[in-house]
Design a protein around this ligand. Sequence first.
Ligand SMILES: Cc1cc2nc3c(=O)[nH]c(=O)nc-3n(C[C@H](O)[C@H](O)[C@H](O)COP(=O)(O)OP(=O)(O)OC[C@H]3O[C@@H](n4cnc5c(N)ncnc54)[C@H](O)[C@@H]3O)c2cc1C
Length: 339
Amino acid sequence: MSNANRDVWVFVEQREGSAAEVSFELLSKGRKLADQLGGALKALAIGHELDEVVRQAFRYGSDEVLLIEHEALRDYRTLPYSRVVGDLIAEQQPRIVLFGATFIGRDLAPRVASFTRSGLTADCTDLKIGDASYLRRDYTDLLLQVRPAFGGNIIATIITPEAPVQMATVREGVMELVPQPTPRGDRVTRIPYEPRATDNVVTVLERHREERRNKVKSAPIVVAGGYGMGNQKNFALLHQLAALIGGEVAGTRAAVDAGFIKADRQVGQTGLTVRPKLYIACGISGAIQHRAGMQESTRIIAINTDADAPIFDACHYGIVGDAAAVLPLMIDAYRERLK
Ligand SMILES: Cc1cc2nc3c(=O)[nH]c(=O)nc-3n(C[C@H](O)[C@H](O)[C@H](O)COP(=O)(O)OP(=O)(O)OC[C@H]3O[C@@H](n4cnc5c(N)ncnc54)[C@H](O)[C@@H]3O)c2cc1C
């Protein structure tokens, strides 16, 4: 890999002039990567009337905002967005480009990677800068792209040493949000957009947006249940506890499959990633795919009948016992305290 450019770019996804939270999480991570590389962190913002997006991009650590504003770019559309992002990356060759693993990011990143012949790893759970040897060659300052692989049975560190531009997508909630005490930079570089006929092959007639139906992602307390809760009646104890302490109820995939809870409350590799102040895991074995979605919680309490359950390796406080017996005691204790 020969790329003297040490800059980190983050594609800032926006809808109606508001940036997606995942973009700020990526800027927060991008700040650390850029500092390690000794490069600049640049936010790439595309749309129309993006003053607020620009302001926020600086708040989350950008040194510079690359701004492409045009009425025709107000809403995300695959062809114009992938063309302008692809052209810009091909021309400027940043070292790293990060996208949210959202509907938009998953549509955009592979097209741009293919056009620019860049390496791309989807759904990373961690990103680091490090050295690596590959085919008897030593590489320095590579992007180490960490993600579960083979159905979550291993955690793989993926490198793309031959690609001058290394790209990754990351799901919402995986990286920590770190606003800067004061904005880092203030340089806005405007890049002109020249519409082409091929950009308008698709016309957006109408947009329907469904708001997120629950608050599990942002809840400070999550009370989660697994297959070990056994039945709906026991699962109702989780709702009681959550209501009492101001938490949201979530579950494992096995709990979803058993019909204990709706799929939009599933935590884990194929569900939500949460980092609440307190995560109470009840009747949850602690499979790697579940832990991927909750292990960054500040405090984890686990209740499980099996003292050897892997969840006990991930928790701060463990209770070996029947959740159906322990939860009523916790509910009584909290009720007493909250009187
Ligand atoms: C590609 C892939 C993606 C996946 N994505 C996800 C994901 O996003 N989220 C997710 O959760 N899973 C996911 N899974 C599934 C994951 O591998 C596990 O199967 C799942 O997390 C297990 O859920 P569980 O802990 O509820 O059930 P189990 O593994 O069956 O564990 C139940 C636990 O409850 C305990 N128990 C039993 N009775 C009691 C009791 N009375 N009181 C207390 N404890 C009790 C048992 O000791 C056991 O540890 C994925 C799997 C794959 C292959």
